[in-house]
Write a protein that binds this ligand. Sequence first.
Ligand code: ADP
Ligand code: MG
Length: 431
Amino acid sequence: MRKDSVAGSVNCPMPFTSLGLSAPLTRAVAEAGYTEPTPIQLQAIPPVLRGQDVMGLAQTGSGKTAAFVLPLLQRLSDTQREKPRRVRVLILVPTRELAAQIGEAVRSLAQHLPEAVKTSVVFGGVSINPQMMALRGGADVVVATPGRLLDLVDHNALRLSAVNTLVLDEADRMLDLGFNDELTRILALLPRQRQNLFFSATLPPAVQALAETMLHEPVRIEVESTPATEPSIAQRVIEVDANRRTQLLRHLMKENKWDRALVFVATKYAAELVAEKLYRSKLFVTSFHGELSQGARTQVLDEFKASRWEAVITTDLAARGIDIANLPVVINYDLPRSADDYVHRIGRTGRAGESGLAISFVSPETEAHFRLIEKRQGLSIPRERVVGFEPVEVVDDASATPPVNAVVQGNGGVKGKRPSKKDKLRAAQGR
Ligand code: ADP
Ligand code: MG
């Protein structure tokens, strides 16, 4: 006990061993550098081990992946597995990069298990043949984006009739309109009796109702936001005219000399345009979005993780799940559509107990929309201006700098900013 306790920590840390995980798993956890379970891991591992359904809500960067991977690996290694292997665990995710990342986490945490766990990662945008070859002889765990999973089923490369556990990571995203048809088809291929694990940092009420119809007597875990669990992300807002944002971004990058920055814009076109302008002004900047080839996407992300780019300009493609260690700053060049998207975007920084910075550019036209985001998040962030970049556009009364308590006042004129079904569909197609 004495040896385990971390200086400054009030609670005695609970080691992974006391959660009922076997030595090969706790060894892998130690090698990953995890000294104690995070709150979501503490709360989710026991019910997942018992085979219960779980709805797990916890902040970005709080270790949700290991919260489901560790107990699932334990359960797999406790069961007799016949050959050829039949898919026991299916993990569905919204993007290819997230599939690759979770596949790596599974492989790394499973590495010391006495009986090897065969993990296949499948996603679109790359040739299907190597994935079909890899699935010969079956797999224990499949991590997939929905479209390619269905293609593989259609090619008879994979059967889902023996799946014991379905995981939806970024569950609210997986359950929204964009994935509806694919998810419905996949669910029809799974055994009715199975364990369902849904994880996310956000869960809008409408999606929660849908999730509840799919879960069987779920254990609902919600890691409350406390100063100890909340990611430590400093949030700032800079007022700037829309047409000066690229120059302001360049100025901020030069001034602050961040190791690297992840910059969100609204469209693929804007990502290209902003990246090109900055690159021409001698900053090492590129773009990352759904229009690039998968090879280019993988390369940009790998290079960004290795700090080879000063900034990557991206769309909401990079907003979910992607884990980049030591990312110092996220910038909302264009504001996200919803408060939930804001949470996911800024959650790319400040992960695993690190601290981070999120800066949002707000112009007179987008001020009202940002106020809505603040209201939803219970925030009130002071507006800043940067010398030389003060807004000069004519500001009407409705969008003038808000009084301190503006957040609790009415928000006339912001209704139209909420994403419609059409918006969501468009966003989904953009991925
Ligand atoms: P989430 O899915 O909640 O956003 P991830 O599962 O991607 O978070 O984990 C975020 C980061 O925290 C990863 O780099 C992961 O390796 C690390 N991590 C996970 N669990 C622990 C732990 N118990 N101790 C330290 N780091 C951890
Ligand atoms: Mg995650």
